[in-house]
Design a binder for this molecule. Structure first.
Ligand SMILES: Nc1ncnc2c1ncn2[C@@H]1O[C@H](COP(=O)(O)OP(=O)(O)OP(=O)(O)O)[C@@H](O)[C@H]1O
Length: 260
């Protein structure tokens, strides 16, 4: 029986002292869906993400992953089922690209030959040249290449769900755009479920099927970009104003015909 929902949050709450970082959030994420989580700094996005793989434990409510309540799943086993991509790549600085990517298969007892084959497969998947990048240390990579390695490492144990915390945030716009597009293709090709935090509403609109808007720990709104544009909430409309302004300005500045 295929479970339709990859992740569910039901009335989930997490406080740090007096602060409600996540406040009564209910959200369904369907299998194969690409959901972007947007919202201001400190609105609870990272906390929400980390509750799903038990990097943070909820105080109240229920979270399920692929039909199972996460509180009943061993956290280490859970994290192997859910890939996690950090903002800065989160790579181990003293390990080569290959060793970074192969670390989970190694911990799982995979043979050296199989790890080598898997690393090569993953490098190809994230479009990094094997011979050029395999043995480099993270410090010898560009920001974009580091993020590609971060994605490869998160996919090493063949998870069906990927959580991404501002994965492309620190990159220049062109690299960011290329990585976003490439990741979207990968998401589709591998049939992944993706939850991605971003500060960039334009990125959220271009990449995600659905957008969840957080504010003050609460889920303020959720929906497709078209649905959000019908929202009556002033904050949601304000978030959509920047991409709209960009489109209007680009339409004015760029000729509608031509190569660009
Ligand atoms: N371990 C912690 N201890 C105490 N407070 C925390 C902890 N983790 C998060 N918080 C607080 O909880 C709130 C939500 O934090 P969170 O990191 O989830 O927000 P965010 O929306 O991801 O922010 P940003 O976009 O800046 O990364 C913030 O006020 C933060 O300071």
């Amino acid at each position: 029986m295929p479970s339709e929902l990859a992740i569910t949050y039901r009335h989930v709450t997490k406080s740090f002292g007096p602060l409600k970082a996540v406040d009564d959030v209910s959200l369904d994420i369907a299998e194969g869906e690409f959901v972007a989580v947007v919202g201001g700094s400190g609105s609870g996005k990272t906390t929400l993400l980390r509750l799903a793989n038990r990097l943070i434990e909820a105080d109240g409510g229920t979270i399920t992953v692929e039909g199972e309540e996460v509180r009943n799943v061993d956290p280490v086993a859970l994290r192997r089922r859910i890939g996690y991509v950090f903002q800065s790549g989160g790579l181990f600085p003293h390990l080569s690209v290959a060793d970074n990517i192969g670390i989970t298969p190694k911990l799982l007892g995979t043979s050296t030959a199989d790890i080598t084959a898997r690393v090569d497969e993953l490098l190809e998947l994230v479009q990094l040249d094997r011979s050029a990048h395999r043995d480099r240390l993270p410090e010898a990579l560009s920001g974009g290449q580091r993020q590609r390695v971060g994605v490869a490492r998160a996919l090493a144990a063949r998870p069906r769900i990927l959580l991404m915390d501002e994965p492309f945030g620190a990159l220049d716009p062109l690299t960011r755009d290329a990585l976003g597009e490439d990741y979207r293709d990968l998401h589709r090709k591998l049939g992944l479920t993706t939850v991605m935090i971003t500060h960039d509403m334009t990125e959220a609109i271009l990449l995600a099927d659905r957008i969840a808007v957080m504010r003050g720990g609460q889920l303020l709104a959720q929906g497709t970009p078209a649905e959000l544009s019908q929202s009556s909430d002033a904050y949601v409309l304000e978030l959509l104003r920047t991409p709209r302004r960009q489109v209007e300005r680009l339409n004015t500045l760029l000729p509608t015909s031509g190569a660009a």
